[in-house]
Structure formats: structure tokens, C-alpha cells
Design a protein. Structure first.
Lengths: 444, 338
């Protein structure tokens, strides 16, 4: 009768941020894995180019290919030194299989020696960042009117963003300054939570270094999916024939990308490593760890003390907005924050209490009370179940942030986020507005 | 590998949580009802609960449940997904219906009332979550229309201490505060009304017990403050405007019961916050108008039923409508506008 205990306690309406002591630990560096798999595309139809062949020896940091077609491209770099063992379609976290380069590493180094590659000129800064493999929204960056940096952590249990801010404070400030000057914005806003003292002081420090920056302190954290929502909002506005191209585009940036941009510009190091949190019931020691991009998920789980064979659910991202993985042979891609590995304990349908089955919506309105986008998820989900997608869009379906708070509080266990995603996908004529893909590297 | 769609984090709340909170919040009012009206009130409560649960069980067994076989009866009742007596909403309806009955009513009254409330008030509309009207109030309205004599015969409080079994036949009848006000313009002492030392429906007399339970519900988050606050506030203001004693109207009759337990029923009240405030204001207005100008001394039951009918309309006007292609980000509006 595990479902009866919440009856007698006060149920929380927002997920608790229980990453407290994990955020205080210094991050580790993962030693060179045996192999890395570096994807060359975002979707199976994307164009790409490879400059190396099977059997070649590459150094860490060497440019081995291009994702996309020039001039809208992002360079792909080798993240370990070794031999190229294959260039074939391999599992990918987001789509089934993608053409990727598999490199088997030669030396086991304790820390990846970042090699500077200074063959690119710094004049055209956006071309420079493309050549360094920094995944930014290059389409809207030159005209951005406002840059927003989200320094709040929305997912419970993840502390990668906080560690980046604590450990690489100057890099984040420098990268933000670079991008602000390069895009010519007049407004930079940093968002931080009121109750996190350490991050608040760091964010204020960063703000003082940049002239046009202001700090906005908020009570509750902002989900990172706002990046996608903003991008879709401007895509919609630019498609609208009645309005002229509005110049007040705003862009949300990630502190990890800012730190990578700083390292690329001042130290000539391409984007090769990523700080992620590895957590969940499937790992023995949850940790924050610097991982080379392209490391297989099984290697990451093994390094954190888990058994890849017993992991039943592995998510890239957090528990609320992450992406579940179908194969542990998938690599870690850019812009990931966390890997959560779970052993199945109580969430299989055969094992969990039948009180957690889905019931009818009692219209309690808790989802409406908690939704940060101010839309009614219960009504929209009901309209989607009846296939009335236009009515659902009229109530605000496309303003949904897909943050997961509505499902978190729903007493009837209705999969609201799934239904809203289904509605977005199935709306007729809305081809450009799909569910969010926060890991997309290329925006042309 | 499990690849179910995110989110995978939940706060553990189930539909029972809402109902259990109502049961616990109803306990002070049950105790007050038994204290003032004797053990007969307890039998009314039990009959109401049992007949509500059995009605729901029977309707679901014979009509709604898919693939229900009668052979391993108890096992099938407990494990079939369509038999929803275990989520406790029928029990809550039974409790709330018993609260609205006079304490001297014969025991077939709550039985018939529960059957009607669950069958017609809830399952005819489609079961849990689909009913338009509050089922307990539907039951009470039916009983009031069908047996008005029995439903308006009240017993004096604490009459059971002096002897007598407490049924309508040999109890001391007395008028409720509202009836006294309407018919003979007589006021009742305020302390009596707050403590519950007046006659009236079983669960509505003791304001202090109801407020205790309401405080618990607000603390647990089962109800929000919007409906009770706007309902009671509107009654207060309109009583002032119409020249009546506002504090009397707050504690007389079923206002406390209606504002905290009946009007806040989640299925029948609007979903948006501003919609709830409009709902409470409308119900308050109707309550005072029925009490002053209507034929009945008590207006809470019909006021809430009328506002239940208007709740979908209120929802529609309070939900912000978007253009088909519009994407709004309210979280960033405050940041971006300056």
C-alpha cells in the first residue's frame, strides 16, 4: 500500500531540488574511454562531410568532418587521440541511427590533453565558432535583441550548471561578453534563483563584468526548454506574412556553451568535453564529471559505478525533461547536462501499486495552478484526446514548455506532457513546430 | 530498456489523497453532529455511506465495467480497473449527503438520496470527473423536492440527552435559525450558531467544527482559498447591502458547509483561479438573494447547483485564448518588457 503514505503528508507542488551536496563536490575528469562515437548528423537526412577515412590516426581536437553544408555548418572534431575504426550508421540518443565516426582511443590518459588548433582566423567570429564546433543558434544570434542566460537549475538532482558556474566563472563571463559584443545586443539578462546564495553571488559577479547585463532573480527555476520555445516563437513570427521581420528576437544561452566559446576563442580549444551529472539508482556514486563528447553511455555508467547490463531506464537530461535512451551504445552528444540511470524497482506496471494507474481527470486544476506557461493542460489534453487539435492550439498548446510540472502534480496520473507532445506532432499543417529538440546542434 | 516518455518524476499524489483529506476534515463535523443530535445521526451517516458505495459498485458491475465476471467476486471487485469504489469519491459523496440531511430523518431517506445522488448525479453523466452538478447536492435537492415535509422537520439540539430515540416522531422539533429569521424575524445567539447549539442539518450547524476541517483542507492543499473566500466575502457584502446582519448570515444555515466542502468540489468548480473567484461570487450572490427574497429559507444548495451549471462557461471566458500560431512565453514577459 505504498500509495497511501502521500495521503497523510503534505504533497509538494514543485519537485524538490535535492542536489545539495552533489553541487558542493568538485567535478572529476573521466579518463579516456576505450572508444568514442562522434555523430556527423542531427537527423538521417542532413548533409555531412568527412575528411578522414577508416584506419587513419587522429589527434584529439583534430577536425574530422562537417555537420551540415557550408556556410551553415558546424565542424566535428575528434575528442580523443586514436585510430578511426569505422564510419557507419551507429546508435544515436535522439534518432535510431546516424552516420558516426567511431574512434578507438590509443593512450589511456588521465585527463584529455586539449590541443589548440589555431588554424582558423578570429575575424569572423561566428565562422570561428562554427569551426570550433560550438553549437549556437547562428541563425538568430546576429540579430538578437536580448540575450538571456539561464543560471537556474530546473531539474531535481542535477548540478552540472552550478558546477560550471562555480568552476569556470571567468570563462562564462568571458564567453558571454564575446557573444554579447559579437551579436550587438543591447540587453543581456542573467536569471538566477533567489535562494541559492553561491550562484547568486557568482551571477552578480558576471553581471558586473558586462556593461549591458542585468540580473533577474526569480523564485522558481526556469526550464531549459524555453530555448526551444523562443526559437519556435521567432520561427513562427518570421513565417507570418502580415508582420514584418520583428527585430526583438531573444535568445537563451547555456553557461556550458558560454564557457566552451571562451575556451575556443582565447585558448583555441574546440568543444570536446562536457560537464555532466551522472545520477540515479543505477550508479553507485553519483558525481559531476567531465566527459569527452562521444563517450558511450555504457562507459559513463560504468565509470560512475553502475552495471550497464542492469540499467533499465537511462535518460539523457533530467527526470522531467530528459530523453530516454533505447540503447546504451549511444554516445553522449553536445548540450547534454546529465545522464540518469535507473534500475527498475517499482515503476513497472506489473509491480507498482494499482493506485498509480491512470484514472479519469477529476478537473482538480492542480496542473493549471502549477503551469509556468499559464495554459490549462487538463483541458488541452482532453481536446487532444478527442482529436480537436485546432481548439487545443487555440487554448495555448504551442506555448507549452514541456517542463513536466503538470504531470508531477496530477492526482489522476494522467500523462499530460505526452498528450501535449502528441498534439503538437499531430496538428495538421504545423510541420515546422515539432516537439522540442534541445539537443539539435545545427540551426540553419 | 524502458523508453517511456518523460517526465518520470511524480509527487506521489493519487485520487485517494484528495478524498482522504475530505474524510479527515469531515471528522470534527461528524463528531459535532453526533454530540448534538445523538446516535441517530451516526446511523444516518453510515446508511448514506454504505448505500452510496453499494450503488456505485452495482452500477459499475452491471453496466460500466468491461469484462467483469462474477465468479471470484471480491477479487474482481478489488482488481478490476473500472470498479472505482476504492478511490473514495462515493464515500465522500455519502458523507456530504448525510451532512445535508435533518438529523431526525428516517433511515430510508439517506438510502434513497444516496442512490439518486450516485446514479443520477454522477454516473448518468459519465462517472467520476464528468458530472456537472455536485452529486451530494443533487441528492439533497431530489429529497427536498420529493419529501419536503420530512426534509424540513428539524430537531432541537441536545434533545437526545433528555431521552427519546431521536427520530422524527418523538423528538422535540425546533426551527432552524434561518427559518426563524424568515418566518418570525427572530435572531439566534451568535455563540449558539458558532458552536452548533442550534437545529439544522446534521453537518452544517457547528461552524467551528467545519472551520477546523476547512483549515486542514487548506493546509493540505486539497482546496484553494479562492472559492471559500469569494463565496463568504460576497455573502457578507451582499448581506450588508441588503440591510441584514452579515455575521448572522455567515454562521446561519449551511454556508460554512457549502463554501468549504460543497462548492469546492473539484469536479464541478472551474479550473482557473479567476474562474473560481467568479464562481464563488456568483454563488454568494444567489445565496443571499434566495435567503432574502426566495421561497426557501436556505439558499446554499440551489445557489451552488446553479453555479455548477455555469462553471464550464466561466472556464471558457477565463482561459486565455491564443491565436492558432501564437507562442507566448509568460515566464519571460516580466524580464523582456523592460
Amino acid at each position: 500500500m505504498d500509495a497511501f503514505w502521500p495521503t497523510f503528508t503534505r504533497r509538494p507542488q514543485t519537485p524538490p531540488a535535492f542536489a545539495g551536496d552533489l553541487a558542493m563536490q568538485q567535478s572529476a575528469h573521466m579518463p579516456t574511454p576505450a572508444q568514442v562515437v562522434i555523430p556527423l548528423q542531427d537527423t538521417p537526412e542532413d548533409p555531412f562531410q568527412v575528411f578522414v577515412g577508416s584506419g587513419d590516426i587522429v589527434q584529439a581536437g583534430q577536425k574530422i568532418g562537417i555537420m551540415g553544408k557550408e556556410p551553415n555548418h558546424i565542424a566535428v572534431h575528434a575528442t580523443v587521440s586514436g585510430t578511426i575504426s569505422a564510419i557507419i550508421p551507429m546508435p544515436h540518443p535522439l534518432v535510431y541511427q546516424i552516420n558516426s565516426v567511431r574512434i578507438s582511443a590509443q593512450q589511456k590518459e588521465k585527463k584529455i590533453q586539449n590541443r589548440p588548433c589555431s588554424t582558423v582566423s578570429h575575424e569572423d567570429i561566428f565562422y570561428f565558432f562554427r569551426e570550433m564546433g560550438i553549437p549556437l543558434d547562428y541563425a538568430s544570434l546576429p540579430n538578437a535583441a536580448c540575450l538571456i542566460v539561464n543560471a537556474t537549475e530546473f531539474e531535481p538532482g542535477i548540478s552540472a550548471k552550478q558546477r560550471i558556474l562555480i568552476e569556470k566563472q571567468e570563462a562564462v563571463a568571458g564567453g558571454l561578453k564575446l557573444l554579447a559584443e559579437a551579436s550587438g545586443t543591447t540587453k543581456v539578462v542573467l536569471i538566477c534563483e533567489k535562494k541559492d546564495e553561491q550562484i547568486r553571488s557568482i551571477v552578480w559577479n558576471i553581471c558586473n563584468k558586462i556593461q549591458t547585463a542585468t540580473v533577474q532573480e526569480v523564485d522558481s527555476p526556469f526550464p531549459d526548454t524555453i530555448q526551444e520555445l523562443l526559437r519556435q516563437k521567432h520561427a513562427r513570427q518570421s513565417c507570418d506574412a502580415n508582420k514584418e521581420a520583428s527585430s526583438d528576437t531573444s535568445l537563451m544561452l547555456d553557461p556550458a556553451i558560454l564557457a566552451a566559446a571562451y575556451d575556443a576563442y582565447y585558448h583555441d580549444i574546440p568543444f570536446m568535453e562536457q560537464l555532466i551529472t551522472v545520477a540515479g539508482s543505477g550508479v553507485q556514486t553519483p558525481m559531476n564529471v567531465w566527459v569527452p563528447i562521444g563517450t558511450l553511455l555504457s562507459d559513463i555508467i560504468q565509470y560512475a559505478g553502475g552495471d550497464p547490463a542492469s540499467a533499465r531506464r537511462v535518460t539523457i537530461g533530467g527526470t522531467l525533461t530528459g530523453r530516454p535512451q533505447y540503447s546504451l551504445g549511444a554516445p553522449l552528444i553536445k548540450k547534454s547536462h546529465a545522464v540518469i540511470a535507473n534500475i527498475a524497482i517499482a515503476f513497472d506496471k506489473g509491480r507498482r501499486s494499482r493506485f498509480y494507474n491512470r484514472c479519469a481527470c477529476v478537473r482538480c486544476g492542480k496542473c493549471v495552478d502549477v503551469c509556468p506557461a499559464r495554459i490549462p493542460p487538463n483541458t488541452i489534453a482532453e481536446l487532444i484526446e478527442h482529436r480537436r487539435f485546432d481548439d487545443a492550439a487555440g487554448l495555448g498548446l504551442f506555448s507549452c514548455l514541456e517542463c513536466g510540472l503538470c504531470y508531477y502534480v496530477c492526482p489522476s496520473q494522467i500523462p499530460l506532457v505526452e498528450l501535449l507532445k502528441l498534439g503538437k506532432l499531430n496538428s495538421r499543417g504545423r510541420d515546422s513546430l515539432l516537439i522540442f529538440n534541445s539537443y539539435k546542434t545545427l540551426y540553419s | 530498456m524502458i523508453v517511456s516518455s518523460p517526465p518520470t518524476l511524480h509527487n506521489g499524489e493519487t485520487a485517494h489523497c484528495l478524498m482522504f483529506d475530505v474524510y479527515i476534515a469531515a471528522v470534527p463535523a461528524i463528531i459535532a453532529g453526533i454530540l448534538f443530535f445523538g446516535l441517530h445521526a451516526l446511523w444516518i451517516l453510515l446508511v448514506s455511506i454504505i448505500s452510496a458505495v453499494i450503488t456505485e459498485l452495482v452500477i459499475q458491475m452491471f453496466f460500466t465495467a468491461k469484462g467483469f465476471t462474477f465468479r471470484p467476486l471480491i477479487y474482481n471487485i478489488l482488481t478490476n480497473d473500472d470498479i472505482t469504489i476504492l478511490d473514495g469519491s462515493a464515500l465522500a459523496t455519502g458523507i456530504l449527503l448525510a451532512f445535508t440531511l435533518p438529523p431526525g430523518a428516517p433511515l430510508w431517506i439517506p438510502a434513497v438520496g444516496s442512490v439518486f445522488a450516485i446514479a443520477v448525479g454522477k454516473h448518468v453523466f459519465g462517472g467520476l470527473g464528468n458530472n456537472i452538478f455536485n452529486p451530494a447536492l443533487v441528492g439533497r435537492a431530489f429529497l427536498l423536492a420529493a419529501w419536503p415535509g420530512i426534509m424540513t422537520t428539524w430537531t432541537a439540539p441536545l434533545a437526545w440527552l433528555a431521552g427519546g430515540s431521536g427520530t422524527t416522531v418523538d423528538a422535540v422539533t425546533a426551527a432552524t435559525p434561518l427559518t426563524a429569521m424568515k418566518m418570525s424575524n427572530q435572531t439566534t445567539p451568535l455563540l449558539d450558531m458558532i458552536l452548533g447549539n442550534t437545529s439544522g442539518c446534521m453537518g452544517e450547524t457547528s461552524a467551528i467544527a467545519l472551520l477546523l476541517g476547512a483549515g486542514y483542507l487548506l493546509y493540505k492543499g486539497t482546496i484553494t482559498w479562492h472559492i471559500p473566500f469569494s463565496y463568504i466575502g460576497t455573502v457578507f457584502i451582499f448581506a450588508l447591502l441588503l440591510g441584514q446582519d452579515p455575521v448572522f448570515h455567515l454562521f446561519a444555515g449551511g454556508l460554512m458547509l457549502g463554501a468549504f466542502y460543497m462548492a469546492t468540489d473539484v469536479v464541478t468548480s472551474p479550473v482557473t483561479r479567476s474562474g473560481r473567484i467568479i464562481f464563488g461570487c456568483g454563488a454568494g450572490m444567489l445565496t443571499i438573494l434566495i435567503r432574502k427574497y426566495g421561497g426557501y429559507p436556505e439558499g446554499v444548495c440551489y445557489a451552488i447547483l446553479i453555479m455548477n451549471a455555469l462553471a464550464p462557461l466561466i472556464e471558457r471566458i477565463t482561459m486565455r485564448s491564443h491565436q492558432p500560431d501564437e507562442v507566448t512565453v509568460p515566464m519571460l514577459d516580466k524580464i523582456l518588457k523592460d
